[in-house]
Design a protein around this ligand. Structure first.
Ligand code: OXD
Length: 310
């Protein structure tokens, strides 16, 4: 069985160690930085491993991101380029993400910001009811998470569109693709949800230019990465009313620094990166399967294309 290394500064290794031991009793599970001879490590389970840590891992056969995103791996200039990279694809995480998107979409759609303002004034006041068929939702990114959310939102009756790098067909979802269709996608979007992978092509994609293409009063939801948004541009759009509000789960710097303008902005809902947390209970099986495949000399599933960065 491959020698496994674990690193996640934010999570305990215990659930992973115990869960993997229950499935693969003979597994040699080591927690970074106490990994012994790095040349013995064959399978690395990592989240935000400090750059340069793969030095000496000459026997590495798989790197497994302990999350759905893999952008943290590419921050390391010394990431071994010839080792297959896999990520988690977990229906539990997709469900969790969809719930979080729905929570924020429905808060906006059901006039949560307006009613909260009325409550603060102790005012009992009834607004005209909102019309679901007039609230057009646009999902940027139609990967495992984006598709799950798009299907659920469309199932509730919201006119739903997705924007992806390449064209595809999704029942109940109008798909726009490539840079050529981004303008049309944004122009028809009243609630914008970002679920894109973070790559050189998507960094800063939500900026003054793209925000200006949205209808006035759009609500922005970001559960992907903080770096998809140019913060100053979003804050300016919020202050001008071009954007009505935002629900943000991810930030350029996490934890969000106490002095950041998002904390105090009345139209911003700040969340501490919890939209779809990694859950060892549901993700263990696929990691165990990947370790067994590597042991058999096979390639694991859910591989990332390093040239695309996701
Ligand atoms: C992930 C995340 O990528 O939690 O899974 O951000």
């Amino acid at each position: 069985m491959p020698v496994v290394m674990f690193h996640d500064a934010l999570a305990s290794p215990d659930a992973w160690r115990d869960g993997l031991a229950a499935r693969i009793p003979e597994l040699d599970f080591r927690v970074w930085p106490d990994i012994g001879d790095p040349g013995e490590i064959e399978f690395a389970m990592v989240w935000n491993l400090p750059p340069g840590s793969y030095a000496g891992m000459t026997g590495l056969r798989c790197i497994c991101s302990l999350g759905q995103g893999v952008d943290h791996l590419f921050l390391d200039p010394d990431l071994p380029r010839d080792v297959p990279i896999m990520r988690l694809v977990d229906p539990w995480m997709s469900q969790s993400m969809t719930e979080w998107i729905l929570l924020n979409l429905l808060y906006f759609h059901r006039q949560g910001p307006e009613y909260d303002a009325l409550v603060r004034q102790h005012r009992w006041h009834v607004l005209p009811p909102p019309e679901t068929s007039e609230c057009r939702v646009g999902i940027m990114g139609l990967g495992a998470l984006g598709l799950h959310a798009a299907r659920a939102i469309s199932g509730l009756g919201f006119p739903t569109a997705g924007w992806a790098r390449t064209a595809r067909t999704v029942d109940g979802v109008e798909v726009y693709s490539g840079n050529g269709q981004l303008t049309d996608f944004l122009a028809r979007t009243d609630v914008l949800c970002c679920l894109l992978p973070l790559t050189a092509a998507t960094r800063g994609i939500i900026n003054t230019d793209t925000l200006a293409l949205l209808p006035r009063g759009t609500f922005v939801i970001n559960a992907a990465r903080g770096a998809h948004i140019v913060d100053e541009d979003l804050l300016a759009a919020l202050d001008s009313g071009q954007v009505a509000g935002a629900a943000l789960d991810v930030f350029h710097t996490e934890p969000l620094p106490p002095e950041h303008a998002y904390w105090a902005h009345p139209a911003v809902r700040v969340w501490p990166h919890v939209s779809a947390q990694t859950n060892p209970a549901t993700a263990l099986e696929q990691v165990a399967a990947a370790i067994r495949r590597v042991a058999d000399g096979r390639i694991p599933e859910n591989l990332v294309d390093p040239t695309l960065g996701y």
